[in-house]
Design a protein around this ligand. Structure first.
Ligand SMILES: [Cu+2]
Length: 181
């Protein structure tokens, strides 16, 4: 009886350990798939794919951000290899130190959650974490109520790119994707 109990315990632990291993491998595979998809965008299947296909390409992006931690749009399609401009306007009324917004575009393969986490401690750098600065393609300034900022950049490689607002607590609702074709 005792023997059986320990056997079950051992099997449970083994299964648990295998599961943990599996999930680790799973996330590695995801990263691999993402990296591969960047070079071959047609192979990428995302939930937004059909939405993206019906969108027209526009390299002049205008986006607003409000006091409810929302961007006006979360999906854009641009032409790769051509200059893109992004104009971000904060249409809210709350003060910048409690409801500031930015638009931060990340290189493919960057862990958005990790970036947002690192950003928490980067208040003096307008929430662009110095340790992960290399993962940034471009970012606007942190804009307060009624302010706007415009940036321009070129996305060389076709693929999908994440953008987010790095102000603490905003990335959960303030994030989106640019599809470069
Ligand atoms: Cu924000």
């Amino acid at each position: 009886m005792k023997y059986t109990f320990y056997s079950i315990l051992a099997i449970t632990i083994l299964l648990w350990a295998c599961n943990g291993d599996k999930s680790t491998r799973g996330s590695t595979a995801d990263t691999g798939r993402l990296a591969k998809a960047t070079s071959k965008p047609t192979a990428l299947a995302t939930p937004n794919n059909s939405a993206i296909q019906s969108m027209s390409i526009n390299n002049e992006i205008e986006i607003t951000a409000n006091d409810r931690m929302q961007y006006s749009d979360t999906l854009f399609k641009v032409r790769a290899g051509k200059r893109v401009t992004v104009k971000l306007t904060n249409i809210g009324k709350m003060p910048k130190n409690s409801m500031g917004h930015n638009f931060t575009l990340l290189k493919s393969g960057t862990d958005v959650g990790e970036f947002a986490n690192e950003a928490l401690a980067a208040r003096d750098q307008d929430y662009i974490p110095p340790a992960m600065e290399k993962a940034v393609i471009a970012h606007t300034k942190l804009v307060g109520p009624g302010e706007s900022d415009q940036i321009s950049f070129t996305i060389k490689e076709k693929g999908f790119y994440d953008f987010l607002c790095t102000f603490p607590g905003h990335y959960g609702s303030m994030r989106g994707k640019i599809a470069a074709e």
